[in-house]
Design a protein around this ligand. Structure first.
Ligand code: AMP
Length: 212
């Protein structure tokens, strides 16, 4: 029988945090290939919805303006998504670290998720140059055909929403959990910094697959 997220012990998670364009997606993709690490990006979760479905349309309505999807809908979908990962054995709560990327993204989401997750570490990827971020997102939108990053005013709105609604999430957690990581450098250098941050914070909490 598979676990039910609603009745499960809190899930051990690390948060990948930072402004849009700072490189969370790139890092998340690489980190998610490591055995025992499961990367869940809510942006990918939303983009995976059928665009013609009601939920898919709802997502586009907000994301095309650079706005956040409403908290209730986001958390409900997130819960179903995590349950799906558990049911298909893609995520084994006692053995894997769930790396959340893009959630919680508002103080209300912190409150809604608090009974489900135990946050062991927050990796805050930092790039002080906002212009560099805008240019990175423009490039990525062209390469990946991302509708939500189609024009520069939308990107600036996304950064603004981050500063107003998402940055305060950091203040909801004990400062000792928050680790600032320099997002500048080769992707593999950044990966190394992220792992150096996460591993000491989580190693005692996960089962060793060899049972040592
Ligand atoms: P991302 O790929 O993380 O930049 O997310 C793309 C878009 O998905 C965002 O601009 C939001 O519209 C939506 N989104 C992703 N995660 C969340 C979240 N936790 N809460 C609300 N909206 C979200």
């Amino acid at each position: 029988m598979t676990a039910d997220i609603a009745s499960h012990d809190k899930l051990s998670v690390a948060l990948l945090f930072g402004q849009p364009g700072v490189g969370k997606g790139t890092q998340g993709q690489v980190l998610g290939t490591i055995p025992g690490l499961v990367h869940l990006a809510t942006g990918d979760m939303f983009r995976g919805l059928d665009h013609d479905s009601q939920l898919g349309q709802e997502f586009l309505k907000y994301s095309s303006q650079g706005l956040l999807v409403p908290d209730d809908l986001t958390c409900r979908l997130w819960q179903q998504y995590v349950q799906g990962l558990i049911d298909t054995n893609a995520y084994r709560p006692h053995m894997d670290l769930l790396l959340l990327d893009g959630i919680p993204r508002s103080v209300r989401q912190v409150e809604m998720l608090t009974s489900h997750i135990d946050v062991l570490a927050i990796v805050h990827l930092v790039c002080p140059d906002e212009e560099q971020l805008v240019q990175r997102i423009v490039l990525r939108a062209k390469k990946q055909g991302r509708l939500d990053d189609a024009d520069e005013s939308v990107i600036r709105r996304r950064l603004d929403v981050y500063n107003r609604e998402t940055r305060p999430v950091l203040d909801c957690y004990d400062a000792s959990l928050v680790h600032e990581v320099d997002a500048d450098g080769l992707p593999m250098q950044v990966t190394q910094r992220v792992l150096n941050t996460i591993i000491p914070a989580v190693e005692d909490r996960l089962s060793n697959p060899l049972g040592a």
